[in-house]
Ligand binder design. Structure first.
Ligand code: SAT
Ligand code: MN
Length: 584
């Protein structure tokens, strides 16, 4: 490839000396290139081409069975001072990590092709965007990065010799789980991942760059890198509001970003700017501005269907790469929720026939689709706007079977930040760990904040303080269950009613009730037309259980205690105010 800046070449030379690939390919990001790489994979039986009549230019990839989710205990952050990463991250000294990795990467690409992927996170020509270079021996990563980022020639041109850039080195290795590591060196913008091939572990532009490294840079430079979707809501008069929401992985963040309002709101439009990551800045005029650094969606396929996300179904009918879903006889992808009955003769995500399998589900619970944002019909045109969009509402939320109301609103921004910092949620299939246990996941960032979370909370406080127009902060929980274990709120499209309530709150159109934990909607202020739900159920969904919340505060106290005296005083003040309200 012509015109490669000397600093990029120098790094590639260094990396090649260690990994010793047999072939080096600079990726140009073209369709032809992706097709050719896919064709080679199909020939090697690493990839399955799907039925082109119904899934045009779509493929299925099966990850190895022990490599289908992020691996948190093998995710390391290496810094000079251990305290800088804090108790929620795994630290290793830079020297120890480098000597371990040098050994693991030694000759690792022997006999393989090394692909070089220049990419930018964020719209072309945006001052908020960042350039990175991932080196990988995984053709899967090439295809995924091609869909999820702006990758190739155009990206390469934006880099000038001497400018900072993020360096990512990845190898599938032999997928040895004992030696599987995802390692971050935030002080030198360096990422290394080995013996991995699953999405967030191997595609370094996504969580490793756009969140873990970016969060560190963001703190240094006065912005925020967040695990948030961004959506554009247009009311019947054409007025647009942008909301950003942090929900833990596997809690319906993508579905919420793409929500289709129920019939009675058909004059409202929801368009998507991003579904997973938001970079938030303080604009010169004091508004919060957000961009989506990505260029595609890496959504959970399992349980995605006409009810949970009707909008995405068309989008994933072309140019989409599926991972770990089932395969029908007609060579179409299948997962639970796509249709109501399991197709006869379907092969499960491990490649086995239904009758012979030991898998409980046809698709893996963390099966995914990678699909280009540009072809999503309900995208906001602003997703590609270098200036970003102004954010008016921040949402936090996660999966909780009890305690946390359907929605509540912060009394003020400091209180809102505490709400995010106190967030505790049930774990999901997105991480390689026990599902369903409750853990602290502040701002849905516990797995993605690249530095000490106490400092992160302080940074949130400082950032918000600097905003002249402060977005209001809300908390949602779509996942409350009754005694029988049934969901009490219908969720999906109906969640739009809650979004609408938030928007009405901005203009003080609707009333709320002050409770110890924040404002909850007055029953009459929720637009429930056309929804069959008992008032009693809504009341229960909005009920604030004081003793339960005092228990929750204890858990937060224990969590905060892990950070010693580093938790900012603003949060403690809010904490004590909340405690007092609960005890009164
Ligand atoms: O981390 S991934 O990007 O693979 C998916 C997620 O957990 O959000
Ligand atoms: Mn995510």
């Amino acid at each position: 490839m012509a015109m490669v800046a000397p600093d990029l070449l120098a790094w590639i030379t260094d990396v090649s000396k260690v990994t010793r690939p047999s072939r080096v390919v600079w990726c140009d990001g073209s369709k032809t290139e992706a097709k050719q790489i896919a064709a080679e994979m199909v020939k090697r039986q690493e990839l399955i081409k799907l039925n082109k009549r119904v899934y045009k230019n779509c493929y299925l990839f099966r990850n190895r069975q022990d490599d289908v989710a992020r691996l948190e205990d093998r995710t390391l952050i290496c810094t000079k001072n251990k305290d800088d990463v804090g108790p929620t991250n795994n630290w290793m000294s830079i020297d120890q990590a480098k000597s371990m990795l040098n050994e693991l990467f030694d000759g690792i690409m022997n006999g393989r092709t090394m692909y070089i992927l220049p990419y930018i996170m964020g719209p072309l020509g945006s001052k908020y965007s960042e350039f990175g270079l991932e080196v990988t021996d995984s053709p899967l990563v090439v295809l995924t990065t091609g869909i999820l980022t702006r990758m190739g020639k155009t990206a390469l041109k934006t880099h000038k010799n001497g400018d900072k850039f993020v360096r990512g080195l990845h190898s599938i290795g032999n997928l040895d789980k004992q030696n599987r590591y995802i390692v971050h060196f935030p002080e030198e913008d360096l990422l290394m991942s080995v013996n991995t091939n699953y999405g967030g572990n191997a595609s370094l532009s996504k969580k490793p760059h756009a969140l873990r490294l970016a969060s560190v840079q963001a703190r240094r430079n006065g912005w925020l890198a967040e695990h948030m979707f961004i959506s554009e809501i247009e009311d019947p008069n054409g007025k647009r509001v942008y909301i950003a929401g942090a929900l833990s992985s596997g809690s319906g963040k993508t579905n919420l970003a793409m929500i289709k309002p129920p019939k009675i709101f058909k004059e409202w439009k929801v368009r998507t700017v991003g579904d997973d990551i938001a970079w938030l800045h303080n604009h010169e005029e004091g508004r919060m501005i957000g961009i989506n650094p990505e260029n595609g969606f890496f959504g959970v396929a399992y349980n995605t269907g006409i009810e949970s996300n009707p909008n995405i179904l068309n989008c994933i009918r072309s140019n989409t790469l599926f991972t770990n879903v089932g395969l029908t006889k007609e060579k179409t992808p299948w997962w639970e929720g796509l249709t109501s009955t399991v197709p006869k003769d379907v092969v499960d995500w491990t490649g086995k026939a239904r009758l012979k399998t030991t898998c409980a589900t046809v698709a893996n619970r963390n099966s995914r689709y990678s699909t280009p944002l540009s072809q999503y019909k309900m995208k906001s045109v602003e997703y590609d706007n270098p200036d970003g969009v102004p954010i008016s509402i921040i949402i936090f939320g996660g999966r909780r079977a009890d305690l946390v109301p359907l929605v509540y609103e912060a009394y003020g921004w400091e209180h809102g930040i505490l709400m995010g910092a106190m967030m505790r949620v049930e774990t999901t299939a997105a991480i390689d760990t026990k599902m369903g246990s409750v853990r602290a996941d502040p701002m849905a960032m516990v797995a993605f904040c690249g530095y000490n979370m106490a400092d992160y909370f302080k940074h949130w406080v400082d950032f918000y303080k600097g905003l002249k127009q402060k977005p209001r902060i809300f908390f949602v929980n779509w996942f409350r269950k009754d005694e029988k274990g049934n969901y009490m709120w219908p969720g999906f499209s109906e969640n739009f009613r809650i979004i609408k309530w938030m928007i009405d709150r901005l203009t003080n159109k609707v009333d709320a009730i002050a409770t110890p934990i924040g404002y909850v909607p007055k029953l009459e202020s929720l637009d429930l037309r056309g929804l069959k739900i008992k008032n009693k159920t809504i009341e229960r969904l909005l009920y604030v259980n004081k003793s339960g919340w005092l228990e929750e505060l204890k858990a937060t106290n224990e969590f905060f205690a892990k950070f010693g005296d580093r938790i900012p005083k603003e949060l403690w003040e809010e904490y004590h105010k909340l405690e007092k309200r609960l005890k009164d």
